[in-house]
Design a protein around this ligand. Structure first.
Ligand code: PXP
Length: 246
């Protein structure tokens, strides 16, 4: 079965729009995580960015204490955040590139160019009993490097697919890239997740991509929650994911 990891970053974005610098505030991303779990989510994802623009350290600690599914902590390889993650012990970390000016994570990690530092981070997390996923573009060289890094998972960046979704020819090119990337990764012993820009509209066509274990989805769920509530938004997404051939 294809699993859903709900990214609750943008619940914290709304809170920070009003309560930045304060010790409390609404909406609470931990309450959202518990509601998402109740509605059937298989895991909770949060990105602790270096600039703390949405999720804060205390959110991650509280998520670790309160959620009953798996905690996936997205992070850049920054010493301070690596230490924090080793202390909090999420079930898995997803290593992502991070640039201060970007609105969201724009591209995949350059594993080819940073294999030594990524390999070192994978070793440290393995020592702490934490699995590692690398957020990468569906690029054969990156997948080869990921297989040599010590990471257990890759998360295929679906942003290009999502951006081309309205253009049939371009969309099919992106689907083919994802299919080839998933096959290559699986053949190299990597486990495969995917995420970024996914919606109830574009998820069904991803059913042709083999070997997927989990989709990490955030923005569309929080957007839809404004109108129908988070539980309903999660259920609609689970329905769009149902029937994945596995
Ligand atoms: N996966 C990763 C690694 C991400 O950085 C993000 C965005 O925070 C997502 C998934 C979720 O993307 P979206 O918010 O577009 O669903």
């Amino acid at each position: 079965m294809l699993k859903l990891g709900v990214n609750i970053d943008h619940v914290a974005t709304v809170r920070q729009a009003r309560y930045r610098g304060l010790d409390d505030g609404e909406p609470d991303p931990v309450a959202a995580a518990l509601m998402a779990e109740e509605a059937g989510a298989h895991g909770i994802t949060a990105h602790l960015r270096e600039d703390r623009r949405h999720i804060l350290d205390r959110d991650v600690r509280r998520l670790r204490e309160r959620i009953r599914t798996r905690l996936n902590l997205e992070m850049a390889i920054v010493p301070e955040i690596v230490e924090f993650a080793l202390g909090v012990r999420p079930d898995i970390v997803c290593l992502v590139p991070e640039h201060r000016q970007e609105v969201t994570t724009e591209g995949g990690l350059n594993v080819v160019g940073n294999l030594a530092s990524i390999g070192e981070a994978c070793g440290r997390f393995a020592g702490g009993g934490i699995e590692v996923s690398l957020f990468i573009d569906p690029d054969p060289a990156q997948i080869d490097a990921a297989a040599r890094s010590g990471a257990q998972f890759i998360e295929l960046h679906t942003g290009a697919y999502a951006a081309q979704f309205a253009r049939k020819r371009e969309r099919n090119v992106e689907i083919e890239r994802l299919v080839a990337a998933a096959r290559q990764a699986h053949g190299l012993g990597l486990r495969v997740n995917a995420g970024h820009g996914l919606t109830v509209e574009n998820v069904p066509l991803l059913h042709v991509v083999p070997h997927l274990e989990e989709l990490n989805i955030g923005h569309t769920l929080v957007s839809r929650a404004v109108f129908v509530g988070l539980a309903q938004a999660v259920r609609e997404m689970l329905a769009a994911m149902a029937g994945y051939p596995g």
